[in-house]
Design a protein around this ligand. Sequence first.
Ligand code: ASP
Length: 433
Amino acid sequence: MSKTEKKKVGLTTRIFISLILGAIAGVLLHYFVPSGQIRDDIIINGIFYVVGQGFIRLMQMLVAPLVFCSLVCGSMSIGDTKKLGQVGVKTMLFYLATTACAIALALSVANVIDPGIGLDISSIEAAKDVGSAEATNFADTLLNIIPTNPFSALANGEMLQIIVFALIVGIILAKLGDRVETVSNFFGQFNDIMMEMTMMVMAVAPIGVFCLIAKTFAGIGFDAFIPMLKYMLAVLVGLAMQCFIVYLGMLKIFTGLNPIIFIKNFFPVMAFAFSTATSNATIPLSIDALAKKMGVSKKISSFTVPLGATINMDGTAIMQGVAVVFVAQAFGIQLDMMDYMTVIGTATLASVGTAGVPGVGLITLTMVFNSVNLPVEGIALIMGIDRILDMTRTAVNITGDAVCTTIVAHQNKMLDREVFKNSVSKSNISGKE
Ligand code: ASP
């Protein structure tokens, strides 16, 4: 085996090892290294912070140009607006259906585990300053996807606005054909540059992941987990069921692909989402893994993955469903069937409104609580331990986008099964292929 081949085989494994080592290093630092300048200022808030955040920023740097260029190229090569419309509607339906299913699942799991019953609220140190989100006006939300200034949309990373503008540019490029060949080539080539850049950033992923995880675990006080164990368990069980039963079941039923191989191929992307808790930054990686390992055409994924990272947050919806039952039980508030239906509706909207960055799910949770008159102070109870759940639900959020994307690609004949088959023998995502 040549040196480069050896490197190829190792990336998934190296990311996995980094996750484990990062967690161990973080816990050891938290419990066994006395706090002081060396531990806190130099190691945790110095090296780990700078390297970890540097890595996230590198990934974020890719998002706006990559999404824009690959979406222009994707919609240009599909060309047909009717087909694009069909893909869009189908994807939205999948996204909404999986989110509603996620909340229903969360409410059921939480009612079995009863996370808030017998809880001594006074034993929990509540965090202060819960942000809040008002339910936004539907008409304005809809209008807001049209950018008044596409350049500011790009500059501010307004994903839905970028998607709309890129789709229009791509459709027009297809319509004008040879007349705009230079511009078409430009976007195609710029897209290649962005993909190459993604590969370069991925090469340092194991180091980035290690530092991010180590910093997070070094900062977590595990004592805070104890009164919250049942709540955490309910969220984790809900997330696992959504990921392994709902998604993988859907994948098998709709595409016939082997779910185990799918998860194995997608693991580095999940690990990245887990360590960063940021769906948005995961977009380039997800598009790449779907293309190289699952055979999903970028024409589809460049549209559906950024859309999903913006509006499809099933993991977040699960946390919100469990949080509703938890806080209702902790405060002794009885919820009826009507309340549960309301929660399914508002949490689906909250999932659409949750941005793919860390911790926003807790803020949009206020909207869900308000809809059934639960005390918003309840959110303060779960804030202290939310980070670890945020990481886990982000991994689920992006897996949901990837599964729906693969299904829609399959239904639109844009899934190359040979690539998936071949990935079985390679079984790892490489930095360069
Ligand atoms: N961190 C999540 C994401 O990026 C959003 C959230 O639930 O807070 O997908």
